[in-house]
Design a protein around this ligand. Structure first.
Ligand code: SAH
Length: 345
């Protein structure tokens, strides 16, 4: 079977081109056309017949297929359902802001974390995505914008907050980051990529050593171990105090901070006391809090708190001088908001 071109980092490609005695400029040409110009046919005219024959024989240049597109009527969010070669499906969301987009990528088919509030978790883990399936979500979403919203193909931020636990599929996610970061291609700034984790410590260790600079978001959701156990079962194996102690030891650059995501569930973790404890836990850290009011999905048993309650929660955090943002539920009319992704439906 041919290897996917989109599984290769720039240095992987250079090594192959070198081993096969091809002109070293081929690597730059390929990355430039596929990732910078995002044009997948014209590159064939730019290289020698010999190199072309080798590349055609060695690499598969196909990308995951877009199966369905759901456009929000409320905002300009777009949800894509991708069909993979083995017929599994994953979802990707474009989240609009000021005529630009953030892209929310999936890293696994389903998820092993089994969080009690998450639609994806209900599917269980089917398999890890490959690098080409991760990079492919970005390229296909970009192309869809270029065709359907010309001039708007500006995807500025990449967040690994779709289906799956990215740190549980570290190798493929790391390589995808290397491809996004490559100056020969999309050249995304390191501070524009965020990996969100439920607190999987083995992956956290690799993140800090192997892709430092890429931002980290921790799904915190409760300052109390008992409550967090109920929400995020891997907390029993990797408790919050160990996760935080580990994160605290990681050296950050001056402008870097850790995002702490806090899911707000009505009458469960939305009281002033929860906010107070959360504030005490995070005060003094390079922290940024993202409050995410619970997004319901078919069959969910938790409820979303009122906006008033969410604002009161934020007011408590403000007293600790921790920058806090209330995340709005973009795309929720097409089940594209946080935790609403479930490609079985
Ligand atoms: N596995 C990673 C990334 C995927 S989830 C993680 O746990 O961080 C991305 C974010 O959406 C997480 O903060 C997650 O807790 C949140 N989320 C999941 N289900 C949700 C729901 N129903 N409503 C609101 N946010 C949810």
């Amino acid at each position: 079977m041919k290897q996917s071109f989109y599984d290769l980092s720039y240095s992987d490609l250079e090594a192959i081109i070198n081993q096969n005695n091809l002109n070293p400029s081929v690597s730059a040409i390929l990355f430039n056309w596929h990732y910078k110009k995002k044009e997948t046919t014209q590159w064939r005219d730019k290289i020698s017949k010999l190199a072309l024959a080798f590349l055609e024989k060695s690499f598969d240049f196909s990308l995951p297929e877009i199966d369905r597109v759901y456009e929000s009527k409320k905002d300009r969010a777009v949800k894509f359902l991708f069909k993979l070669k083995d017929n599994h499906k994953v979802e990707t969301v474009l989240i609009p802001f000021n005529n630009k987009y953030s892209i929310c990528l999936s890293s696994q088919v389903g998820c092993a974390m089994n969080c009690s509030f998450c639609f994806t978790g209900e599917q269980g883990l089917k398999r890890n995505l490959t690098t080409n399936e991760i990079v492919g979500q970005f390229l296909q979403a970009w192309r869809w914008l270029a065709t359907n919203r010309p001039g708007e193909e500006r995807i500025i931020n990449i967040v690994f907050m779709g289906q799956g636990e990215p740190l549980h599929n570290f190798d493929a996610v790391k390589k995808a980051c290397e491809i996004f970061l490559s100056q020969h291609g999309t050249s995304v700034g390191v501070q524009k990529i965020t990996i969100s984790t439920a607190g999987y410590i083995p992956g956290l260790k690799r993140w800090s050593q192997e892709i430092p600079g890429v931002n980290l978001a921790l799904s915190l959701h409760s300052p109390f171990e008992e409550k967090r156990n109920e929400l995020i079962p891997i907390n029993k194996k990797y408790p919050l105090d160990e996760v935080l102690a580990y994160i605290d030891k990681i050296p950050l650059n001056k402008k870097q901070f850790i995002t702490y995501e806090y899911l707000l569930i009505k009458d469960f973790n939305d009281s002033p006391n929860d906010a107070e404890q959360l504030g005490m836990l995070l005060a003094g850290k390079s922290a940024y809090i993202n409050l995410i009011p619970f997004n319901p999905y078919p069959g969910s048993h938790y409820k979303r708190p009122s906006l008033d309650k969410v604002e009161k929660f934020k007011e408590v955090l403000d007293t600790f001088k921790i920058p806090t943002l209330i995340r709005s539920a973009k795309g929720d009319d097409v089940l594209a908001a946080c935790g609403q992704l479930n490609s079985n439906n």
